[in-house]
Design a protein around this ligand. Structure first.
Ligand SMILES: [Zn+2]
Length: 259
């Protein structure tokens, strides 16, 4: 939603200096899980697999949902948040549900998920007409902490409800990977469980989630196959197993190469 416009400044590439291999994890976030794997939550019967090659992640989405867009830069008002995906259901009487994914690199500040949610709540309160918090809790996704908030607000079309779930992948320099699911309030009982099922279906290729505007200028070799890069062709992936951004060559990016 557009309230994020008030939170973040100009879009600039994030350049991470220093040898990535020597960066130490800091702060209070959890240890990563040993491998990234899909959740064991069962897929609904009428669903299909979606995979985003640009960012290297997949979801199980309802068969009757459509892709609104993929792989957009940030909204002009919130350029720090790139927009890998938005999906929606256009059927009548489904409550106009949308699920968006936003992503941005962010530095660990030591305040943890609770601190993030406290700030987000006060920002949301300022940004939404008729804002009312329903719940905020900390959960996990693929072994990393998630700030999970649910709330309501009013649009001209009527009351809406929203899940705002932000996963923090990695340590030190993290990838904030945010799901925003919104629905008409009168369909919340159907659509919130649906949003949760989609969110928990997240799966990531073994090289990690790519962020196209993060650069690791001092990396000279692919960390998966050890081949030297031609100039500036490294892809920056947040590797879930290592918990940090790594430089990956084009041929390893979507492959099954593991560390
Ligand atoms: Zn490689």
């Amino acid at each position: 939603m557009s309230f994020w416009k008030t939170l973040f400044g100009r879009k600039t590439p994030t350049i991470i200096h220093g040898s990535p291999a020597s960066e130490k994890a800091i702060g209070s976030f959890h240890e990563p899980a040993p491998t990234a794997k899909p959740s064991d939550i069962a897929s609904p019967p009428s669903s299909r697999d979606y995979f985003n090659k640009e960012w290297n992640f997949g979801l199980t989405i309802p068969a009757d949902w459509k892709i609104e867009f993929e792989n957009r830069d940030g909204d002009p008002g919130a350029p720090e948040w790139m927009q890998p995906l938005r999906i929606s259901c256009a059927k009548a009487n489904h409550g106009h549900p949308y699920l968006s994914i936003l992503a941005r690199p962010t530095k660990e500040d030591g305040k943890g998920v609770r601190g993030y949610m406290d700030k987000a709540e006060s920002d949301l309160r300022r940004g939404f007409y008729g804002f009312a918090l329903d719940a905020k809790r900390e959960t996990e996704l693929l072994g990393y902490p998630v700030a999970w908030m649910t709330y309501g607000y009013r649009l001209d079309s009527g009351p809406r409800k929203e899940i705002n779930a932000t996963a923090f992948f990695g340590h030190g320099m993290m990838l904030a990977f945010q799901f925003i699911g919104e629905t008409d309030a009168d369909r919340v009982d159907t659509n919130f469980p649906l949003f949760e099922r989609i969110i928990r279906s997240l799966r990531v290729g073994p090289s990690g989630i790519r962020h196209p505007s993060v650069y690791l200028p001092e990396s000279r070799v692919c960390e998966l196959c050890q081949k030297a890069f031609p100039e500036r062709t490294a892809h920056s992936m947040l590797n879930l197993k290592l918990g940090r951004f790594i430089a990956v060559c084009a041929s390893c990016r979507n492959s099954e190469t593991s560390i």
